[in-house]
Design a binder for this molecule. Structure first.
Ligand SMILES: Nc1nc2c(ncn2[C@@H]2O[C@H](COP(=O)(O)OP(=O)(O)OP(=O)(O)O)[C@@H](O)[C@H]2O)c(=O)[nH]1
Ligand SMILES: [Mg+2]
Length: 318
């Protein structure tokens, strides 16, 4: 299914039903009192977290959501039924904006967020009896439901993000470590949207995100730009994957850090592991003097992967 991480939707609560004006009519009881029932409340619209979803595609193709309206009250004191609530399933990691302001987010499976409240039902004429008016000919009309335009932004939930230059072997590494089967090819920008994979452990599942490649000037829109970096904002740790067979590996490293700084300096505060990939392609291993955790691997030949997995499991990333 197409990966969509932004959508605009229109949500509307159901209108409340009208209150009823009615009077009791019984044989032998002249002038029975008012007995108009209340209108039912309109249904509300909610977002609900659904862990099996990974995209906002459904919202993009179906942007309008309306909850059911409340039924009108009837005579003989019969209240109208409430309108049905509407639940919109969304993937975990969704942020909801109204007029540019964050109003909530969905992080857990089945978590719900009210986004448009239904209107209250109107009261029937029963409620308007006063000492001076025993036969009120008034009732309330139901209130309209809330109506909003919402911007929905998905920031994928994963514990680890793999970032690096195009063609560095990010997808190959995801495949080597997890159950995922991402597309892999020998040209840049094979991965156009993030892929998720699960690294299983005895106790937990670690979700790893393989990101589209980043190049110098990404923050200015070069390549795929920084458009997808929002998906690593929630990660606990980053893997900077660097192709050691390319001319100046340290420059790749510097450029990646610079692009992060430009996009959101918070990314630099995340714990990270620097992983040099494609060691099978070099005769002698250059050693880099980095004040960081460093690994040397071949994602393709499955070298150093177990050590890397072990290091990941030992990190505090829950
Ligand atoms: N020799 C060798 N080739 C590798 C290694 N890892 C990946 N490759 C190759 O490098 C090429 C790119 O691999 P991908 O995994 O698609 O790279 P990527 O970083 O996901 O690339 P983009 O999605 O385009 O950013 C493919 O031809 C891989 O087979 C490695 O350890 N050794
Ligand atoms: Mg890729």
């Amino acid at each position: 299914m197409k990966f969509v991480d932004e959508a605009t939707i229109y949500v509307e609560g159901g209108a409340g039903g009208n209150g009823c004006i009615s009077f009791r009519r019984e044989k032998f009881v002249p002038r029975g009192g008012p007995d108009g029932g209340d209108g039912g409340d309109g249904g509300s619209v909610y977002l609900i977290g659904e862990k099996r979803l990974q995209t906002l595609y459904d919202l993009q193709i179906k942007p309008h959501y309306k909850a059911g309206r409340g039924m009108h009250g009837k005579g003989k004191g019969m209240d109208g039924k409430s309108g049905e609530d509407k639940y919109i399933p969304v993937p975990l990691g969704v942020e909801v904006y109204r007029n540019g302001k964050l109003i909530g987010e969905i992080l857990g499976h089945k978590q719900v967020l009210l986004v448009a409240k239904g209107g209250k039902g109107g009261r029937g004429n029963r409620h308007f009896v006063t000492p001076t008016n025993q036969a009120p000919r008034i009732a309330e009309v139901g209130k309209p439901g809330e109506k909003f335009k919402l911007k929905i932004i998905l920031k994928l939930i994963s514990q680890i993000g793999i970032v690096g230059f195009p063609n560095a072997g990010k997808s190959t590494l995801l495949k080597a470590m997890t159950n995922a089967h991402p597309e892999i090819a020998s040209y840049p920008f094979t991965t156009l949207t993030p892929n998720l994979g699960v690294l299983k452990d005895d106790f937990r599942n670690i979700i790893i995100a393989d990101m589209p490649g980043i190049i110098e000037g990404a923050h200015l829109g070069r390549g795929l730009g920084v458009r997808f970096l929002r998906h690593i904002e929630r990660t606990k740790m980053l893997i900077l994957l660097i192709d050691i067979s390319m001319p100046d590996p340290m420059r790749q490293y510097q450029i990646l850090l610079d692009e992060f700084r430009m996009y959101n300096p918070e990314l630099l505060k995340k714990p990270r592991i620097v992983v040099f990939n494609k060691i099978d392609l070099v005769e002698t291993l250059p050693q880099f003097n980095l004040n960081e955790k460093v690994f040397y691997i071949s994602a393709l030949k499955n070298k150093g992967i177990d050590e890397l997995k072990k290091a990941i499991r030992n990190e505090n990333i829950d």
